[in-house]
Design a protein around this ligand. Structure first.
Ligand SMILES: [Mg+2]
Ligand SMILES: [Zn+2]
Length: 189
């Protein structure tokens, strides 16, 4: 698992977190985004992250990026995309899973616990930050996001700005369904 966060900041204050999926939540969903040039950050995302932080939450991105394992882009390239996203959105941290069991890049073709619906990225964030999980949320656009949130025991929000309900398996029931990140801000305590 990889991560990017600002080592200079102190994360000792106990706060809830909003765990945010990337594609379909902060950026346009378009299967595999392989470069910064291809990444389309939603125009409202920056303001939403600012509001999330103003409301006293950590803004933590957790993203499955199996394109690395599939050989579509390198981990180094993904780190550049993360740098760019962090710079534009000023999130507190970005955790990513580069793995996929069916990947063709051997190093990443493993079963891991970080790929959502696994909770490895959330657990890692809990070690790096002092997170009040009872008041935290996970926002994503796919069943794997909602399942990851449920596996971690936090409230889940399905956003319609990516795959949304159309792509959701019937046995997955999010706590909230919102149109997009702007809509989600309204439910925050
Ligand atoms: Mg997504
Ligand atoms: Zn992984």
């Amino acid at each position: 698992m990889g991560l990017l966060y600002n080592m200079n900041e102190k994360h000792t204050v106990r706060r809830p977190a909003i765990f945010l999926d990337r594609d379909g939540v902060l950026t346009e969903e378009k299967s595999y985004v392989c470069s910064c040039e291809e990444m389309r950050i939603f125009p409202y995302a920056e303001e939403c992250i600012r509001k999330i932080k103003e409301k006293g939450y950590y803004a933590i991105v957790i993203t499955n990026q199996s394109g690395v394992a599939r050989g579509l882009f390198t981990e180094n390239c993904l780190m550049k995309m993360n740098d760019y996203l962090k710079q534009v959105l000023n999130v507190d941290a970005i955790y990513y899973c580069p793995h996929h069991i069916e990947g063709r890049v051997k190093k990443y073709a493993i079963v891991c616990n970080c790929r959502k619906p696994g909770t490895g990225m959330i657990e890692r964030a809990c070690r790096d930050f002092n997170i009040d999980m009872e008041k935290s949320f996970l926002a994503g656009d796919r069943a794997s996001d909602i399942k990851a949130g449920k596996n971690a025991g936090i409230r889940t929000v399905l956003l319609e700005s990516g795959y949304g309900t159309a792509g959701l398996e019937s046995n997955v029931v999010p706590d909230y369904i919102c149109y997009d990140l702007r809509d989600m801000i309204k439910i925050l305590d």
